[in-house]
Ligand binder design. Structure first.
Ligand SMILES: [Mg+2]
Length: 165
């Protein structure tokens, strides 16, 4: 069973807390209707993510929801990806508000969840990795290497992840 790579956008792919424009990034202005957003994007991220798509099923796990496909994916050179949505979002007592949705969406599939606001302790399953990213820096080459390393150390044979009847 292939693992998911769950992608938050603001933080990992748009280091919105950076001081200025970090090296390797470009500022983009995105407009839709009367709304305008400024985001910082690194063209290497699209290439890195497309490479990871040979191992992972990429999924948007961002509050941009379907806007990620409409507005962001084309700028990164990514295809349209499945998207987790967050209906009836309720505050949670502790941890990330995304956690319950991600648990339901992923079921028993292995995954790496890349996010600047989630802690490693959100999921502690053997085949679950929460990968926090600094929103001042965004995903680095080291992070992509670590994600590839995690996948290489796992066996994703069906035997290892039996599906429920
Ligand atoms: Mg974020």
């Amino acid at each position: 069973m292939r693992p998911f790579l769950l992608l938050d956008f603001d933080g990992p792919l748009n280091p919105h807390q950076a001081d200025g424009i970090p090296p390797g990034y470009r500022q983009h202005e995105i407009t839709e209707g009367k709304k305008t957003w400024r985001v910082l994007l690194n063209p290497h991220h699209g290439a890195e993510l497309n490479n990871l798509a040979s191992t992972f099923d990429l999924v948007w796990a961002t509050s941009w929801e379907h806007g990620a496909n409409r507005l962001l994916a084309p700028l990164l050179g990514l295809p349209e990806l499945p998207t987790i949505t967050w209906p009836d979002r309720r505050p949670v007592r502790r941890g990330s508000w995304k956690t319950q949705y991600i648990a339901e969406w992923t079921g028993d599939r292995p995954f790496v969840w890349v996010d600047d606001e989630a802690k490693e302790t959100e999921f502690t399953g053997e085949h679950q990795l929460v990968y926090p990213v600094d929103a001042r820096i965004g995903l680095t080459a080291t992070d992509f290497a670590a994600i590839r390393f995690w996948a290489a150390g796992k066996s994703f044979a069906d035997k290892a992840f039996p599906t429920h009847p």
